[in-house]
Design a protein around this ligand. Structure first.
Ligand SMILES: [Zn+2]
Length: 83
């Protein structure tokens, strides 16, 4: 995954989604990062969660949220980006 800071991701996401509330997204991302650090796992398959996807959609791993296996071109918050 491509490491990105919360600030940079919020900016990027809101540029593509003008209806999004940046403050709310930031809060969600902070919470998702905290959850991931605490070992939160996907309720569907038990893998570690994808913080960004969990902030914008629901708590789950990359594969379950996107239906894709390859996450090399997708972002993850750098604090919890391990691959
Ligand atoms: Zn999963």
């Amino acid at each position: 995954m491509i490491p990105i800071s919360i600030e940079a991701y919020v900016k990027k996401h809101c540029e593509g989604n003008p209806g999004e509330n940046p403050q709310k997204l930031k809060e969600n991302l902070k919470q998702a990062v905290k959850d991931k650090k605490n070992g939160a796992t996907c309720s569907n398959c038990g893998q570690e969660i994808w913080a960004i996807g969990s902030a914008v959609a629901y708590q789950g791993c990359f594969s379950c949220l996107t239906g894709e296996v390859d996450s090399s071109e997708d972002y993850e918050i750098k604090e919890v980006c391990w691959s």
